[in-house]
Structure formats: C-alpha cells, structure tokens
Design a protein around this ligand. Structure first.
Ligand SMILES: *Cc1c(COP(=O)(O)O)cnc(C)c1O
Ligand code: SF4
Length: 340
C-alpha cells in the first residue's frame, strides 16, 4: 500500500538493514557526523535536522573524504536543508507516475520492450533530489519473493526484451540475490539485454568486487551499466579503479546519467569536465535529466531555458559523442522526452 506521510517515508527509506551491508565502509548518517567530516559550521546542525528526519541523511564517509576539488557542489547533493520541507507548487511525491505504471510488485512497465525492476529500497547514498525519495519501497520490491512475481510478469509479456535493474540501488544487493533473478531470466528466450542503473560504482566503489564481476561474467546477454555521476569531483580515484574493472568485463557497456542540479553542475564547464573525465574512464554520456519535480527538491531546479543554453555550450565545446541527451520525464509519455 503506498504510504505518503513523512513518518512512514522514514521507515520506507531507511534502507539497507536487510541487504548487503557487509562490503561497506563507515557511513555518515547524522548531521553531526556530516558536519564533522565536511568541516561545516556548528550552526548548520540545527538547519539539517528537520529535513534529515523527513528523509535520512546517508553518505559513505570515504566518499566525503575523497571528494576534493569542489566539496560544496558535491555535498549539496546530500545535505539536508530546511527548504526541503517547504511545499512548492507543482512538486509532487510521485512526479513521474511510477505508481500508475506499477504492473506487478516492484515492476514498473512504462516503455515498450523494457521493464524496470525496483530491486531494493537500499541506496549507498541519499540524494536529496531523488525522484523516488517518497517511494513506498517496503510495499513494492521486485526481489521480495525471490523475484517470482516479477519474472512471471515478464514471462507473460513476451515483447519485453530488456530488463532494467533499478531501485534504490540494485548493486546494494549481494550478487547471490542478483543471481537468483538472472537464473530465472535465462529461462526466458525473449530476454536479449540486461541493464543496471547504479550509483554504487561512483559512491561505494568497493562493492565492485570479484563476486559481482563473476556474476556478470556468467550472464548470456550484453550488460549495460548506467552509472550516475553529476560532478567531476565525484570521480574519485577509487571510482576510477572500479570503472577500470567494469571496463575489462566482456559484454559490458558503461554509460552515465546525470541530473542537472542548481548549485551542483549547472555550468557548461562543470559538465564538459564531467563528460571528458568520464570518457577517460571508459564511460559515455547517456542522459542529462531535468530535475523531476519531487517534493523537497525545488531548490535544485534549473530553468529549462538555462538548461538549453548550457546544452548549446556543450555542443560547441565537446565532440558529439560526449554530449548527453537532455531529457525530461513526463508521466504517461512513451519515452523520456528530449528537451530541444
Ligand atoms: C527511464 C526508464 C526506463 C529506461 O528508459 P530508456 O529511455 O530506455 O533509458 C525504463 N523504464 C522506466 C520505468 C524508466 O523510468
Ligand atoms: S538518486 Fe539513485 S542513488 Fe540517489 S537516492 Fe535516488 S535512487 Fe538512491
């Protein structure tokens, strides 16, 4: 049952107790820890507290430590702010219509030929702008029953040829849980591609371990891993090592999706550097998303006119293959709409 009050959202989004915390280093989960780790002023604690109660702060300590260069821009993505509690007109709890497209438990089927599985509610990091920050994960996880309902749905819809693992973050699941799914998908000849949407290679790169890579190596289909980095300073040395490992995997394509975020990456020079740095790590740009108008994220809004002018500048400065596609997701639309 979808739950929308902010108290239940805390439970829904206090992820990661059940699955896969073995591989992770220390996590920062309180305003006091973040203030200490990032050298924030003492008076920032109180201002973080209420937003943190509504959507808990979470960021790997190693990530905060490793982010050099532009700490403010990067940390803004995880910093709870009082503005999150202000109701902004047009901002909703489910801005992209995920609930209406829920075809079975944890199965979001919006687009032809591909289906998205909400694999877990756990994330390595809590991004304040997340369009699923109010998602009722407990009620809707594809992995809940050993993936049976999800697999049955796919089997009953033979036009589905690509399965997308999303979440939460699917790479917060242990490889044996992922294997439980792919073993069943192997039985379905209709499946031609597997895709994983994950922020783990960037923010918790130590989870890209040999167990995970062995799981992927056994898959009969090409795998696309769409990572999520918004700012070049997120591409830490450890993330580079993880991406290097992933690049050496057979049948693996690496893409990046980013969200255009005010105060984080809304400058052509930042995005140029992001895409050039990603390329050197073997990752091509895929989508640059306009912010989904999710309640609590209005302070990240970038005006579409400004987004277009940033894109123009990227086209001037970058080779075509390093220019991401600026898109916007509209509930009910048959694909992510290009913003031209
Ligand atoms: C974004 C998304 C996809 C993937 O869309 P592509 O354009 O193929 O990247 C699939 N299903 C859902 C529900 C999505 O939100
Ligand atoms: S943007 Fe991705 S990694 Fe960040 S909180 Fe949302 S689902 Fe998790």
């Amino acid at each position: 049952m979808p739950r929308t009050s902010s108290t239940s959202a805390i439970q829904d989004l206090s992820p990661g107790t059940e699955q896969g915390q073995r591989e992770t280093g220390p996590m920062i989960t309180t305003p006091a820890e973040l203030a200490a780790a990032a050298g924030l002023p003492a008076d920032s604690l109180q201002s973080m507290e209420l937003a943190h109660q509504a959507f808990p702060l979470r960021v790997p300590a190693a990530f905060v430590e490793a982010v050099g260069g532009a700490p403010q821009a990067v940390l803004r993505q995880v910093l709870p702010e009082p503005r999150e509690l202000v109701q902004s007109p047009g901002y909703q709890s489910d801005p992209v219509g995920d609930q209406a497209a829920m075809a079975a438990s944890g199965v979001i089927h919006k687009y032809h030929g591909r289906v998205l599985l909400v694999a877990t509610g756990a994330c390595a990091i809590h991004c304040r702008y997340c369009f699923r920050r109010h998602f009722p994960y407990n009620a809707a996880l594809a992995s809940r029953d050993g993936w049976r309902e999800a697999v049955a749905y796919i089997a009953a819809n033979p036009e589905i040829s690509e399965v997308i693992l999303s979440g939460g973050d699917p790479l917060m699941l242990e490889p044996r849980r992922l294997d439980q799914l792919t073993r069943q998908l192997v039985e379905l000849p209709q499946i031609r591609r597997l895709r994983i949407h994950s922020r783990v290679p960037v923010v918790m790169p130590e989870r890209i371990n040999s167990e995970l890579l062995s799981w992927q190596a056994e898959l009969p289909w090409p795998t696309t891993l769409v990572i999520h980095a918004n700012h070049p300073s997120e591409l830490t040395e450890a993330a580079g090592v993880a991406l290097g490992r992933l690049n050496r995997q057979r049948g693996m394509t690496l893409l990046n999706q980013a969200v255009l975020l005010a105060g984080v990456n809304d400058h052509p020079s930042t995005l140029c550097r992001l895409n050039e740095d990603l390329f050197e790590l073997g990752v091509l740009p895929y989508y640059l998303h306009l912010l989904d108008p999710v309640q609590g994220a209005a302070h990240f809004h970038v005006d579409p006119a400004r987004a277009r002018s940033i894109m123009d500048e990227l086209r001037v400065r970058l080779p075509g293959y390093l220019v991401p596609r600026l898109v916007q997701e509209n509930a009910g639309a048959p694909y992510k709409l290009p913003v031209l």
